[in-house]
Design a protein around this ligand. Structure first.
Ligand code: SAH
Length: 251
């Protein structure tokens, strides 16, 4: 029997946000590969071997998955959110492109998941209602100059911007720099959302202005959404305001 690799998106955290197809792929796997907290989200069961590894070893993990599949195993590689968004799917295909040519003939499939940006947006209303983009603020895999150049371009183009990987212990200043750049292009009252651990028990969502956001700390479990010029709040008295971006742009 030939082996397979399915790259599975686990969604933002709440098990109810795992798709049926992802859940079936997990049920069929013999080996489970991924970053420790994601592998831990999948319940143990007889016949499932877990291979949890630390972060930042995506390419090693991908090679491991492909070698196991080539030996005939049914492998699931897991990512939080969607596996195609700053996660394992690209690492798998990079390993396929550069690795053993036989890997190109393996059955490799991707099961999508709800990415953090969409889960966060849904909590608030419709902040991504107009044109938007997603960027990873991590300069582990690309130079900081590329990040700032792209950020400037999308700020100028007036996209709503979802920032993944805003900060880590090794990257303490990048988010402040990115928000500083945003302040050069957008008004101080522009809504900025800090959405932490969306759909997990420790979820915390803050709706700030750009000026406040520059004074606010985030962590690795947070994603930041910077509003466009049309993004606004609908106040609701004591209740949390809705945040939305209209689809229409005046001519
Ligand atoms: N593949 C993942 C993203 C991986 S990058 C996805 O599609 O969601 C890791 C970054 O994603 C984190 O630093 C954080 O910015 C964001 N993130 C992941 N899960 C999150 C959640 N539940 N709530 C808020 N942000 C989250």
């Amino acid at each position: 029997m030939t082996g397979s690799v399915t790259v599975v998106g686990l969604g933002p955290g709440d098990p109810r946000l795992l798709t049926q197809a992802a859940s079936e792929a997990l049920a069929q796997a013999q080996d489970l590969i991924g970053y420790i907290p994601y592998v831990a989200r999948v319940p143990d069961r007889p016949g499932l071997t877990k291979h949890a590894t630390d972060n930042r070893v995506e390419i090693d993990r991908a090679g491991h998955a492909l070698r196991l599949a080539a030996s005939g195993r049914r492998v699931a590689v897991v990512s939080g959110g969607d596996p195609g968004v700053f996660a394992m799917a690209a690492a798998i295909f990079e390993a396929v492109e550069t690795g053993d040519p036989a890997w190109r003939h393996l059955a490799i499939t991707v099961e999508p998941g709800i990415t953090a940006m969409l889960a966060a947006a849904a909590r608030l209303g419709a902040p991504l209602g107009g044109d938007f983009c997603a960027m990873s603020l991590s300069d582990n895999l690309k130079p900081w100059e590329v990040i700032t150049a792209r950020l400037e371009a999308v700020l100028r183009a007036d996209f709503v911007i979802s920032l993944y990987n805003p900060i880590s212990s090794a990257r303490p200043w990048q988010l402040g720099a990115a928000l500083g750049l945003a302040a050069e292009h957008r008004a101080p009252e522009t809504p900025v959302i800090f959405a932490r651990a969306v759909s997990r028990p420790d979820e915390a969502i803050r709706i700030l202005t750009l000026a406040q956001a520059r004074e606010t700390k985030a962590d690795m479990a947070t994603m930041v959404i910077i509003g466009a010029s049309a993004t606004r709040l609908i106040p609701r008295g004591d209740a949390t305001p809705f945040v939305y971006t209209p689809r229409s742009v005046p001519a």
